[in-house]
Each structure stands twice: as C-alpha cells, then as structure tokens.
Ligand binder design. Structure first.
Ligand code: PEP
Ligand code: MG
Length: 577
C-alpha cells in the first residue's frame, strides 16, 4: 500500500442522529433528473418561450397542470394516511403545497409568457424558491419540498413514474443532495442503515425524520457528490464523518458494536458504573445555563467543561461583572451537589470574541488565543475570575470554591500565574492540557494546580500539526493517533504520582471522550473523568457498563501497541470494547 492510499478519503458534515452505519451507497434520483431541467437554479432555462397561447390552449394547459398537481397531492395524502407522527404531518403539509392556489396562479402567469406546461411549472416553482431563499431560515429549508413536488408534478405531466428512493436489494446507506420529505417519510429503517445528504441543515425534514426513525444521519456533507453509487462507506454520525472505502473488517465490527450499543444506550439512565462496580465520573460539556440545566435533567454526573466563550460569541462588548456572575451562578446551581468545571474565555482562532481585543493574525490557531489573551488585556481574565468567585459565594455549599481552568496553557509561568490569581479569589485552579508542551513536561506543572483536563481536540491538532477544521486532514486529526494516546498515558501516569505524594485528577473533555470505545481506552490509560456532549452521554455510559477497569487497561494496551490510528481503533473493536 502506498503512503497516500493509507489516508482514507473522509467527508465531513454535521451529524444529526448519532450512530455508525456501514454499507454500499445508493443515490436518490435527483430532483432535477426527474424534472429533466438543466439545474436546480434554472430548471426552466432550457426551454425558450414560444408565442403566447390562445385562450383555449391556456385553459388546456392550466387544466393539465391542475390535474397533475391534484394527482400528486392525492398520492401524498394517501401516503400520509399510512404514516404516523412527523412523517404523516410532513406528507400532509406537502399535499397542501401541491394544491396551493398561489402556485397554480404563478404557473398560469408563466404559461401566458409562452412557456409549455412543464417549463411553466418549473419556472413558477423557481419564483417561490427565490422568495423562500430571500426569507431564509426555516422557509429556506422548505425549498427541497417545493422542488420535490415540482419534480413529481413534472413526472406526472410526462407520464413518468414518480421520482424517489431507489430499491435497496440489501441494507445500505442512502445518499442524496437533499431528501424530499415525501421520500424520507416512506423510509424503511430496516433497509436504510444511514443517511447522508449534501445540503440541508439540522432542522431540515431529513434530520427530523432520521431522528424519528433513529437512523444515523449526517447533513451538510460537502463533497458528497464525488461518492459513486455502490461505493462502500462508513458513516459516523457522532463525528459527522463519512469514510469512503474504509477497512472492511473494522468497519463491519464498528457498525455492529455501535448498533448493539445504541440498543443498550436507548435504555441507559445512569449513573456511570463499570461492569466491576467501579464508579466513573461522567460529566457534560455545556456552553450556557440552558445547556447546564438540560444536562442536570439527565444522567450527567456534573459539568466537566463549561465553555464560557461560547456564551458570549455574539457580544460586541464585554459582559458586565454582574451579568457574568449571574450566568456562572446559574450553571453552578444546575448541579448544587456535583462538580462543575468552568473554563475561562477561550477566545481566538475559530472562536473570535469581539471584545477580547485581538487583531487579525496570519495563523490564528497558533496565535493569541485562550490564556494568551492575557498578554493584550490582563483585566479580562481578572474580571472573569472575580465574577466566578462571586457566583461561588452566591451559590455556596459545594461551589464555595468553584473549579476553574485555563485553556491553551503552554508554560509553567502561565500556569503558576493563573493558579495564583485563582487562589487569591478562593477558586480551585486547573489547566487544560491541549498544547504538547504541557503534556511533555506535565510534572513541572503539577505542583501549581489542583486538576488537569485534557483537550484532545487541540492536543491532537498540535501534536499532529494538522488543522482540526480541515476535512482533508481528518485522518490525521483523529484522537486515536498513537502519539496522542501515549501523551495521554504519560500525563495520567505523572498526575497519579504528583510531587508531594498527591494524586491530581485528570479528565478528558475533548471529543475523544464521546467516542464510546475510546472512552474505555481513556479510562484504561488512567484518566479519572470524562466530559462529553449531553447527547453522547448515554452512548458512553452504556459502553462503560460493559467493561471492567481491568478490561479498559487491556484495551488501552492494545491501542498503544499500534502504529496507526486506524489500527488502534480496529484492535480495540476486535478486542471487544
Ligand atoms: C479541546 O481542545 O479538546 C477542547 C475541549 O477545547 P475546544 O474544543 O473548546 O477548543
Ligand atoms: Mg481546545
């Protein structure tokens, strides 16, 4: 195998229903294929207008359109009567659109310009598409519905079968530019293992129906069009990735293990306990008070990462001390008797904060971000720590000395200074381990802090010298990379025998912890807590319930004994995590 072919082509999108699916892909017939127009933006462009029709011709064409639209609406109604829940609502709503009098009027307007009935139907549809695009938001997401209904009506006018989902001879993965609601509503979850669409957002009908059916789904997968019909793909909707032609054995194993896990996760309500009774601190990542309260309503054992910068991303000016204290108090108060770790503002790079005073940089991921903002405005961090201390006083009890950590620490001086400023205020200081310099020399940092939290997203980015935002480099920014796993192990080992006989707790709060199999490995490497998105909690919790700590250690050893991320993942899958 050549060096290049080892890099799997990975397409990135947004995962909306977590889960893995492996199989051959089938493309949905595209809407414009059915309408036989030149493209989505100009389905009617290919047909030059003729002379304006006479009264009789106009009436005949109008009647043909109305008859076709009525037939399509009737079919949609019939399918709605056989469906339930959201599917039935979607189909009925589309039947209403097909009968829309405004659409019929717009078709007549186009007919009067001399267009044939099919071209007039497409042109009228595009005027509504343009209108919905201008309105944006949820209206824009209905564009797929409009074009789908148009394609059905045009097919009917031509005497062709309705466009739609292909037949699946064997279960597989459905690919589409975007799915028409009428198609998704009729999906057979036994045949469709996963859905990937190139367009559409997390609130599109495709996402809603996939969620209802529990089918792993990725939306907004740019570059999907290059995947040929029949290619085999591994969809990881938790990570939002589609791997084309993955290693077959590990993909089959991963998908089967995931399916089993999804069945168990569906019934998992916590707390997180290993099969040998060993309790695990399984925490939630949140970004605002609502998220903290939602996490508290579920099985989370606390909060391992409160990304404060995300609460203020849209703010032109620094929130006042009181506003900050109020927010932090609400987040602490969501878990009155459990651990809550607040992270100070991680401004910069992909999370620019208007009020943090940063200037444009050529290479922002390596620039002024996280704790380094202190270099240009020391007051920002001081005011945030003051606000957090005030929140601790307001909430009291378990939170009278709130846990707080700094992002992007890279030197002992930074850690020492940060810890001192925290302790002055009665806060419990920790640091994130996401710059390799800290991981490599962690023993020098340990005397200054009370806890560590490994940010595997950035740690992997910096260890592998690969931009975490790049889909081309996704195989490199994989937290299963052996170099990353080794660093995590050495950090955990050092923290377990910190100077002065202390054991410093080490958590992982990057996406690595949300991968159920990798979560088991992380515990085996010596990590003491895991913090993941609330939606991922049941998957991780269910996976942990199936392994003992001893097994986690064996799995960690298997992963560490590999040369590549792919081999490590495959070894752990085969090892039964
Ligand atoms: C990380 O880098 O892993 C992390 C948790 O921080 P963020 O993703 O917010 O940069
Ligand atoms: Mg980070």
């Amino acid at each position: 195998m050549t060096q290049q072919s080892q890099v799997e082509p990975i397409i990135r999108g947004t995962g909306v229903v977590a889960g893995l699916a492996y199989g051959a892909v089938r493309w949905v017939g595209r809407v414009e294929d059915a309408a036989a127009g030149p493209g989505k933006g100009g389905q009617a462009e290919g047909t030059p207008p003729g002379p304006p029709p006479g009264e009789e011709q106009l009436e005949r064409d109008r009647e043909r359109f109305v008859a076709a639209a009525t037939t399509v609406a009737g079919r949609l109604d019939q399918r709605a009567s056989l469906a339930t829940g959201v599917s039935a609502e979607v189909l009925s709503a589309n039947a209403v659109l097909a009968r829309d009098r405004g659409w019929a009027k717009a078709v007549v307007k186009e007919l009067k310009k001399g267009l044939g009935v099919e071209a007039a139907t497409m042109a009228a549809t595009e005027t509504f598409v343009a209108m919905f695009t201008r309105v944006g938001g949820r209206q824009a997401e209905r564009i797929t519905d409009l074009r789908d209904i148009c394609a059905r009506v045009v097919a009917e006018l031509r005497g062709l079968p309705e466009p739609g989902i292909p037949e699946f001879d064997e279960p597989g993965v459905l690919l589409a530019d975007d799915l028409a609601p009428a198609d998704t509503a009729g999906l057979d979850a036994a045949k469709v293992l996963g859905i990937v669409i190139e367009h559409g957002g997390p609130t599109s009908h495709t996402a809603i129906i996939a969620r209802q059916l529990g089918i792993p789904c990725v939306v907004a997968a740019a570059g999907l069009a290059a995947v040929p019909d029949g290619a085999r793909v591994l969809v990881d909707a938790g990570a939002g990735t589609v791997t084309v032609d993955p290693d077959e054995d590990s993909a089959v194993g991963a998908a089967a293990a995931d399916k089993r896990l999804r069945d168990v996760a569906a019934g998992w309500t916590g707390p997180a306990v290993l099969a040998d009774g060993h309790e695990v601190s399984l925490l939630a990542n949140v970004q605002d008070a609502g998220g903290a309260e939602a996490a508290a309503a579920g099985p989370a054992g606390g909060i391992g990462l409160f990304r404060t910068e995300l609460a203020f991303l849209d703010r032109p000016t620094e929130p006042s001390a009181d506003e900050q204290a109020e927010l932090y108090a609400r987040v602490l108060g969501a878990f009155p008797a459990a651990k809550v770790v607040t992270r100070t503002l991680d401004a910069g790079s992909d999370k620019p904060l208007a009020f943090a005073g940063m200037t444009e940089e050529d290479n922002p991921a390596l620039g002024v971000r996280g704790i380094r903002v202190d270099l240009i405005d020391r007051g920002l961090l001081d005011r945030q720590l003051d606000a957090l201390a005030e929140a601790g006083r307001r909430v009291g009890g378990e939170h009278s000395s709130p846990w707080v950590m700094a992002p992007m620490i890279s030197t002992v001086d930074e850690a020492r200074d940060f810890a001192a400023r925290c302790r002055e205020r009665g806060l419990t200081p920790g640091i994130m381990v996401e710059v390799p310099a800290v991981a490599v020399a962690v023993d020098r940092f340990l005397p200054h802090v009370d806890f560590l939290s490994i940010g595997t997203n950035d740690l992997t980015q910096y260890v592998m010298a690969a931009d975490r935002m790049s889909s081309d480099l996704a195989a490199l920014t994989d937290p299963w990379q052996p170099a990353v796993l080794r660093l995590i192990r050495s950090v955990a080992e050092a923290a377990a025998r910190a100077p002065g006989g202390r054991t410093v707790p080490v958590g992982v709060c990057g996406e690595a912890a949300a991968d159920p199999q990798l979560a088991c490995v992380l515990l085996g490497l010596g990590v003491s807590s895991l913090s993941v998105a609330t939606a991922a909690l049941p998957f991780v919790g269910a996976a942990l319930g199936e392994v003992t700590l001893e097994r986690c250690r064996e799995l960690a050893a298997l992963a560490l004994d590999c040369d590549t991320a792919r081999e490590a993942r495959a070894a752990v899958m085969a090892g039964g995590a």
